[in-house]
Write a protein that binds this ligand. Structure first.
Ligand code: HEC
Ligand code: HEC
Length: 384
């Protein structure tokens, strides 16, 4: 039996309590580490655990103990209104489990939490090329998912505020510490005749579900890391004509690295291509035009394409990738000596990016990093 004293019974079973505080912890950690690249890993770990917990709680809402079930606390709107009126008159009806208003807050929090995690997965796939949705979404779609992910997060924060207000008000009106009850699980019984709360029968099941819910995402995350995903990425296609005509003197830059008007301008100016004459035949020009049509910065799904295209003003036509604001921002810490080095000139993208030829430019494929001291005159190639 779970009845500890004649007047105190366990209302919140231990899986529900554990879930509650782990959810608080994972949400807090994920919130604190959001938007910070070096801490992305921590954000992901807490996000995956958060997702596992939400899944567990939804299952537990159907098979858990009495007060943990949705059927116990999801009430009709009429009950919710009656309860709120009761609170306003300082005479709310007392419920052993969640009151009708609180029940809806829980349901909404779970629903939003589920969506929060779901959109997190979409951001991960679209913006970082990781996880379940890798390769299925463009960077731009990942970016939109990010905005929704953030909006859901802030809705949850607002709802958490309401949840706290409810807990404080009810604790005060019923003279009982509801926060403490979420730790020890017990609440006093007044005139309600409680049916026994059968925790032990479900305990084993709870352990299985909790383990599954926590371990599965963890394993998933670990397996994701076992191989760099960019290495499997087939990359963006370039045509044979492009490779031959534009790969003779330098890397055949992926058409995704400049807007189509820039490629148009480079073709138009081929008689003076940075001091060289390209002398392209008209049919080659036409074939090159077809190579970049639909594959330039406006069109390709990678982050590099998206960021380059969005950094260039619409009335500007840069002829160098290395002149685009995004490129300059990303390479501002690299010193002059490095660029002078014949293997590391600005146009030698492949000198520092293992996936340059494929046009991906994943941050995990960068093979060279600026020294911590930006003033340092030491070239990374000195030792060669
Ligand atoms: C005859 C040699 C040659 C050929 C062929 C050639 N280029 Fe170039 N390209 C150059 C030189 C030289 C530069 C300047 C490199 C530098 O300043 O570091 C350059 C620079 C560029 C840049 C600017 C790189 C930057 O700094 O961001 C782009 C873009 C470019 N070329 C595109 C093309 C395209 C497209 C083709 C094919 C139509 C092509 N190139 C063919 C010689 C060539
Ligand atoms: C001397 C080495 C070097 C060369 C050459 C170089 N890069 Fe980079 N690039 C870097 C480093 C280092 C970073 C990471 C900067 C950061 O994150 O602060 C970077 C970042 C980037 C990024 C952003 C990647 C991301 O997701 O953070 C893109 C896109 C990129 N480079 C494109 C290019 C292109 C295109 C070229 C050739 C025109 C090029 N780079 C040449 C070193 C280089």
């Amino acid at each position: 039996m779970t009845q500890t004293t004649p007047t105190n019974i366990i209302v919140w079973d231990w899986p529900t309590r554990l879930f509650h505080w782990l959810l608080v912890a994972t949400f807090g950690i994920a919130f604190a580490t959001s938007g910070d690249d070096p801490l992305l890993r921590v954000h992901l770990w807490s996000g995956f655990l958060f997702f596992g917990l939400i899944v567990f709680r939804i299952v537990w809402g159907f098979i858990g103990t009495r007060y943990a079930r949705f059927s116990d606390f999801v009430a009709s709107p009429a009950h919710v209104i009656a309860h709120i009126i009761g609170v306003l008159h300082r005479r709310p009806q007392r419920f052993l489990g969640h009151n009708p208003a609180g029940g809806w807050a829980i349901l909404l929090l779970l629903g939003l939490g589920f969506l929060l995690a779901l959109f997190g997965f979409l951001v991960l796939g679209g913006q970082e090329g990781y996880g379940l949705f890798a390769g299925l979404l463009t960077f731009a779609q990942g970016h939109q998912a990010m905005e929704i992910h953030e909006a859901i997060c802030f809705s949850m924060l607002a709802l958490i505020g309401i949840h706290w207000a409810g807990v404080i008000v009810e604790s005060f009106l019923h003279r009982e510490n509801l926060v403490a009850a979420m730790f020890h699980g017990r609440k006093r019984v007044e005139n309600v005749a409680p049916s026994p709360n059968s925790v032990p029968t479900h305990a084993k099941l709870a352990i299985v579900i909790a383990l599954g819910a926590l371990v599965t995402p963890t394993v998933f995350l670990l397996s994701m890391d076992s191989k760099p995903l960019w290495a499997n990425n087939p990359g963006l296609k370039i045509t044979h004509t492009w490779e031959v005509a534009c790969g003779e003197c330098h890397l055949p830059f992926s058409p995704s690295l400049l807007p189509s008007r820039s490629w148009e301008a480079l073709l138009a100016g081929e008689e003076d291509h940075f001091g060289d004459i390209l002398a392209l035949k008209p049919e080659t020009k036409e074939a090159l035009r077809q190579s970049f049509t639909g594959h330039s910065a406006e069109d390709e799904p990678t982050e590099a394409a998206y960021q380059i295209n969005h950094s260039v003003q619409k009335n500007q036509t840069p002829q160098r990738i290395s002149d685009t604001p995004y490129w300059r921002k990303k390479h501002r810490n690299i010193d002059v000596e490095t660029w002078k080095n014949k293997d590391m000139g600005k146009a030698r993208c492949d000198g520092c990016h293992a996936d340059a030829k494929e046009g991906i430019f994943d941050d995990r494929a960068i093979t060279w990093h600026a020294p911590f001291n930006a003033q340092s005159k030491q070239s990374p190639e000195n030792g060669r």
